[in-house]
Design a protein around this ligand. Structure first.
Ligand SMILES: O=P(O)(O)OC[C@H]1O[C@H](OP(=O)(O)OP(=O)(O)O)[C@H](O)[C@@H]1O
Ligand SMILES: Nc1ncnc2[nH]cnc12
Length: 172
């Protein structure tokens, strides 16, 4: 039976600020069968690319990337926001649909030449995924794919990841 994943995305106008139509993945996550089916699609995408490591940005990139890492038996390293990661880290800053921020990755997170999948829940302007990719590449990792649950096409984030294999479950 094929699942209509769009039925499990909730939309909230003017959240977290006026003018933003927030696409919430919570209903998808709250349904075990649907969360697993969505994860399995990304697992298939990752298997075809011999992924050895997954990196996802805080916070929703963890929700998408961790179950894929578990299923593949590969590692997951979180790209975190300011003052969250101890030890030696590298930093990349980026702009958002709302706001500006920085992401940090442990300098040992990825080995040079490692095949890395970058995951997040949603691609909007592409700032977050671009910063995450830059972190991985700074450490010598090879980004073999980017995977999302949702792409917001109007915001043209796809242009930021045009050089990478791309997977999205849903497009708006
Ligand atoms: O393509 P972009 O324009 O960069 O936007 C997409 C990013 O924005 C959201 O995260 P947010 O920064 O709101 O953080 P959160 O996951 O901690 O809620 C979302 O989870 C993506 O990571
Ligand atoms: N419209 C949106 N909905 C949910 N998360 C987002 N992150 C950036 N833009 C977003």
């Amino acid at each position: 039976m094929s699942i209509d994943f769009s039925k499990y995305i909730a939309s909230y106008p003017d959240f977290p600020e006026p003018g933003i139509l927030f696409r919430d993945i919570s209903p998808l996550l709250e349904n075990g069968e649907v969360y697993r089916a969505a994860t399995d699609k990304i697992v298939d995408f990752a298997r075809e690319r011999n992924v050895e490591m997954i990196v996802g940005p805080e916070a929703r990139g963890f929700i998408v990337g961790c179950p894929v890492a578990y299923k593949l038996g590969v590692g997951f390293s979180p790209a975190r926001k300011k003052n969250k990661l101890p030890g030696e880290t590298i930093e990349e800053s980026y702009g958002l649909e709302y706001g500006k921020s920085s992401l940090y990755l442990r300098t040992n997170a990825v080995k040079p030449g490692q095949r890395v999948l970058v995951t997040d829940d949603l691609l909007a302007t592409g700032g977050t995924i671009d910063a995450t990719i830059r972190l991985v590449e700074k450490l010598g990792g090879i980004v073999v794919g980017t995977a999302f649950l949702i792409e917001l096409s109007d915001l043209k984030g796809r242009e930021k990841v045009k050089d990478y294999d791309f997977f999205t479950l849903l497009k708006y």
